[in-house]
Design a protein around this ligand. Structure first.
Ligand SMILES: Cc1ncc(COP(=O)(O)O)c(C=O)c1O
Length: 382
């Protein structure tokens, strides 16, 4: 039985050619860390790291220097660094009702910090104008998932950015589901920070992510982790310059080499082409679903305001059993359940039963989509 991987919202698979070989090359022939030693291999690692920061900055239209591209262990780490590094008791924060627990759980750990949720509609989309109604005198942060990991709904980030800019409130975007899928314009969208994992749409390995910090916003953040940076070693205090202030400890060098390779792939292919491929497959999938009775698409019903994350509710069936059947009888790999986003499922009215999520990637094909539709037809006919 052929396996059809449709779980790219969890992590992208396969990776482009060059990702694993660059990681192996680092492990086998470089081996050195950065910012510590100065021999040739260490300089190779340092240069690769700098080039990665530069590539990431260009990719997201980032106006700050590469020093402000912070390499993190992943999106969850980056979101914790922002939320816990900024908010203090008495502060208020605005999130959307579509957040992942990578935002909600750190937020709820903070005593004395209040928050409001921008309501999403039944398609998982917020109305940016609602942000204005939620702003309080003590609102210190608006943080929002750009794309929903549950249903693919993509929020109007530039409109939210405009409101935040008008009120002088920092705006942080979690682009875990849109980076590598949609062109994200840090500068023109008025972002204060952007958080992305390396292993989803950026097509790199897990264990590495990026946090892009506007300089004025970086000055408001307390670093969560302190330690050796290889710099300012005469002092026992953290340096106040970037990236060192937010990068204590030895970084994930194999991850850096792997992400450098995947960024090269993304930039050589071009986002326009990758996005067009994904949306063409998304259309094929959604058109095919319309002819199948017994299944509901949760989230955006059309191709507007979405990425290729498609959540289905199988009417009258147990969605977890459907996902199991899809794998065991048809080789289709999906993710069922609540996708670490209970509030998003409440918004879509699929809580607590959850959905079966099919998520497309750059390597998905028409045959994959047709195979999934065939299997869904068969499951619904039973
Ligand atoms: C919207 C969103 N934010 C944050 C995360 C956290 O990413 P990671 O688990 O790679 O840290 C995810 C992961 O699924 C996500 O979908």
């Amino acid at each position: 039985m052929r396996t059809i991987y449709l779980d790219n919202a969890a992590t992208s698979y396969p990776k482009p050619d060059g990702v694993s070989s660059r990681m192996k090359e680092y492990m086998d022939t470089v081996g050195a860390t950065i910012n510590r030693s100065v021999y040739g291999a260490a300089q190779d690692a340092g240069l690769t790291t700098l080039l990665l920061r530069e590539a990431v900055g260009r990719f997201f239209h980032f106006p700050e220097p590469p020093t402000h591209v912070i390499l993190t262990p992943g999106a969850t780490a980056g979101l914790n660094m922002v939320i816990k590094g900024l908010l203090k008791p008495g502060d208020h924060c605005i999130v959307s009702s579509m957040e992942h627990n990578a935002v909600m759980r750190p937020l709820l750990q903070l005593n004395g910090v209040e928050f409001d949720r921008i309501p999403g509609n039944r398609e998982g989309l917020i109305n940016p104008a609602d942000v204005e109604t939620l702003i309080r005198p003590n609102t210190r942060l608006v943080i929002m998932a750009h794309g929903s990991n549950v249903c693919g709904a993509v929020q109007d980030a530039p409109a939210v950015g405009e409101i935040c800019r008008k009120h002088g409130i920092p705006f942080v975007l979690d682009v875990a589901q849109t980076a590598g899928h949609i062109d994200i314009d840090f500068e023109n969208w008025g972002l204060s920070a952007l958080v992305a994992p390396g292993h989803k749409g950026l097509l790199g390995p897990s264990g590495i992510g990026v946090l892009l910090l506007r300089d004025s916003f970086a000055k408001l953040l307390d670093p969560l982790i302190a330690g050796g940076t290889g710099s300012a070693s005469d002092s026992e205090y953290l340096p106040d310059y970037l990236p060192d202030r937010f990068e204590s400890g030895t970084p994930n060098l194999p991850g850096i080499y792997g992400l450098a390779a995947s960024m090269e792939f993304l930039m050589a292919e071009g986002l326009e082409k990758l996005h067009a491929h994904e949306m063409q497959l998304c259309k094929r999938f959604m058109d095919g679903l319309k002819g199948i009775p017994g299944v509901n698409i949760c989230g955006p019903q059309g191709l507007e305001n979405r990425v290729g994350v498609i959540s289905l509710d199988f009417i009258g069936q147990d969605n977890a059993e459907v996902a199991y059947q899809l794998e065991t009888e048809f080789g289709i790999l999906t993710r069922c359940g609540l996708h670490c986003a209970p509030s998003a499922h409440k918004t879509l009215d699929t809580f607590p039963r959850g959905t079966v999520r099919f998520s497309l990637g750059f390597a998905s094909t028409e045959a994959d989509v047709d195979g999934a539709l065939e299997a869904i037809r068969s499951v619904c006919a039973q």
